[in-house]
Design a protein around this ligand. Structure first.
Ligand code: ADP
Ligand code: MG
Length: 611
């Protein structure tokens, strides 16, 4: 009987293998761009024509290749990235199989121009269907430029399977975005038929996400951060209210490599349990960093899957990190190109002792007396730890009886602060760095931190409101607003409704069985979801049952949420208003977290400085 087993020629074998690696033009883009990143490129430009059918070009300024390497790189299993299977345990590059260029060159016309860093001349090599057709020294810039033309020229079946240009281009954009998202510090550009689709400048991850998805996304992002022995988790997830019906905006990276991992996806979705509209998906860009020896990326040729040794543990960490991030997302939304985070919380200097915020009930308080401010003043003079300083301030302000004129415009601060008219004017008052109010008095300068002062004012307002005394802190909504809340939490929240009403939050069951908000704490309409989240947190962690603790907590959380930003431009009138209201507080000297609200600079200080 005749032998009928033959060994396929390399060319046929390569073409078959190519089918594994190169399914469509987007796969070529992915492989070439990843090679550019592996080669240390910092500027990577991708141009495609006709969705990659006619041309895919990727240019980088990476380390380039010698003439020898430039030839070798097209051989199957030729790679500079690993030398033994053990190297897979410490893998940091995207490529490692040495298959991509061999596969691509088996089914397209490929031209490579490359110059190694430091070399005088570069080299140009043309390969097609596995044959080297041309090779010559050329002068070109450092780095590599791959042009892939006539993809699938010798595999008509595959060519015919390609979808419309729009669909293929969409796939290219997807692959491009995945690599670009994983490397915010590199610049990436994508052109299609000569037009820029993306031109991404180096920056932070937040900036990259915003540059890819649009400015609107900035306010939707909640930072996620978690570090354990097993895994480091970082990135951003979207606020539940901005979830979409499409899955397009979900990115998961393991050690910088984009992967699809159904279990981890489930962990993320679980963190949103109950707060998402059914059928919606949140956006996420999550980076997991694990010990490379504990993750296997070698399970699929297109390398989109990964297997974790400790997947259950990572699942739990991932879920809780996101849950926590979402829980405390009262992050001021802002497009901040200087710092990655939108909030800055200053730490107390080591060793500095701060007096505990003192909370005292005024036994003489009578809500029906309109001269409440007089009462506050007297209690402040007698008992406040900052009493003697406040006396000076009182004196200072009582000497300035002139009426202030109406402000030309009602500014937002005034409405937050409460809009009481002030009777005093301070000629010497001014603002420093949009953060401090400075006023002079005979022998000293008084410097007040505006944000902290505002927090103190709101803190006491809410504290009093929580005790059922003091002025109105509630703002009725024109239309009841439904809130995003899981079924499990509805009854929990309703059970607290009476107490919440004191704090200005009025909730009720809606006709559809969910919850709606009828009134919010003043100034917090924009932060409704944050308010609700902080209540749920307290209900769940037990703070709720401690009545005084509960008051302090809400007064503090809501004061912090409602206070002006760290920097704010104030009119003179607003400055006076803040100062006036601050010194009607019981403890004007400290904010809700125990930090100093103001300081003073005496003539003595100044003299020592000038010595
Ligand atoms: P792998 O990336 O798995 O190593 P490839 O076939 O994609 O396999 O590439 C083969 C080799 O060619 C790489 O290991 C690398 O040494 C070299 N190479 C590919 N692209 C570039 C590039 N843009 N710059 C420098 N070297 C490159
Ligand atoms: Mg590669």
């Amino acid at each position: 009987m005749a032998d009928y087993i033959v060994q396929l020629s390399d060319q046929v074998a390569n073409q078959i293998a190519a089918g594994e690696v190169v399914g469509r033009p987007a796969s070529v883009v992915k492989e070439l761009v990843e090679n550019s990143v592996d080669a240390g490129g910092t500027e990577i430009v991708v141009s495609v024509k006709d969705a990659g059918r006619t041309l895919i070009q990727v240019i980088d300024n990476g380390k380039g290749m010698s003439e020898d390497d430039a030839r070798k790189c097209f051989l199957r299993h030729a790679t500079s990235k690993i030398t033994s299977a053990d190297d897979l345990l410490t893998l940091v590059t995207k490529g490692f199989r040495g298959e991509a260029l061999a596969s691509i060159s088996a089914i397209a016309h490929v031209e490579l121009k490359t110059r190694e860093s430091g070399a005088e001349m570069g080299v140009k090599i043309c390969v097609s269907g596995d044959e080297f057709t041309e090779s010559e020294p050329i002068s070109c810039s450092e780095g590599s430029s791959f042009s892939v033309k006539n993809l699938f020229f010798n595999v008509p079946a595959r060519r015919n399977f390609l979808k419309s240009d729009q669909v293929e281009l969409r796939h290219i954009v997807d692959e491009f975005q995945r690599v670009a998202m994983a490397h915010p510090k590199l610049s990436f550009r994508l052109q299609s038929n000569g037009n820029d689709l993306f031109n991404l400048k180096p920056g932070t991850l937040r900036q990259r996400v915003v540059a890819i998805f649009g400015v609107k996304h900035d306010e939707r992002l909640v930072p996620i951060e978690e570090e354990t022995d097993v895994v480091k988790i970082s990135g951003f997830v979207g606020k539940p209210s901005f979830s979409r019906r499409t899955r397009g905006e979900q990115f998961l990276f393991v050690n910088g490599r984009y992967i699809k991992h159904p279990l981890m996806h489930r962990a993320i979705m679980k963190a949103y349990d109950g707060v998402l509209t059914p059928g919606n998906f949140p956006l996420y860009t999550i980076f997991l960093e694990v010990d490379p020896s504990k993750v296997d990326v070698n399970i699929h040729p297109t390398k989109m899957e990964a297997k974790f040794e400790e997947d259950q543990i990572i699942f739990a960490f991932l879920r809780s990190a996101i849950k926590r991030g979402l829980g405390k997302h009262n992050v001021a939304p802002s497009l901040d190109f200087e710092s990655e985070m939108s909030i800055s919380i200053e730490n107390l200097p080591k060793g500095k002792v701060v007096p505990e915020p003192s909370v005292r009930v005024n036994p003489e308080y009578n809500p029906f007396l309109s001269t409440q401010s007089e009462q506050n003043k007297s209690s402040l003079n007698s008992g406040s730890p900052f009493g003697d300083f406040s006396n000076h301030i009182d004196e200072l302000y009582s000497k300035t009886p002139n009426k202030v004129s109406e402000p030309e415009q009602e500014s937002s601060l005034r409405s937050i602060v409460g809009g009481r008219k002030s009777d005093i004017q301070l000629d010497s008052i001014f603002q420093l760095d949009n953060r401090y109010i400075v006023s002079a008095k005979d022998e000293e300068l008084v410097i007040i931190d505006i944000k902290r002062a505002h927090e103190r004012i709101l803190y006491e307002d809410y504290l009093n409101a929580g005790r059922g005394v003091g002025s109105e802190v509630s703002q009725r909504l024109l239309f009841p607003e439904p809130i995003l809340i899981s079924k499990a939490d509805i009854d929990l929240l309703l059970g607290a409704a009476d107490v919440l009403k004191l704090f200005g939050l009025d909730i009720a069951k809606s006709e559809s069985g969910g919850l709606e908000v009828l009134a919010v704490p003043s100034g917090l309409a924009e932060k409704l979801q944050d308010c609700i989240d902080s209540v749920l947190e307290a209900l769940q962690d037990g703070t709720w049952t401690d009545v005084e603790g509960r008051r302090e907590r809400f007064a503090r959380v809501w004061a912090e949420a409602g206070a002006v930003n760290r920097k704010v431009r104030l009119s003179k009138e607003e400055m006076v208003d803040i100062v006036e209201r601050l010194f009607k507080c019981e403890s004007p000297g400290i904010d809700a977290r125990g930090r100093s609200v103001f300081t003073n600079l005496t003539v003595d200080h100044i003299e020592t400085k000038l010595k």
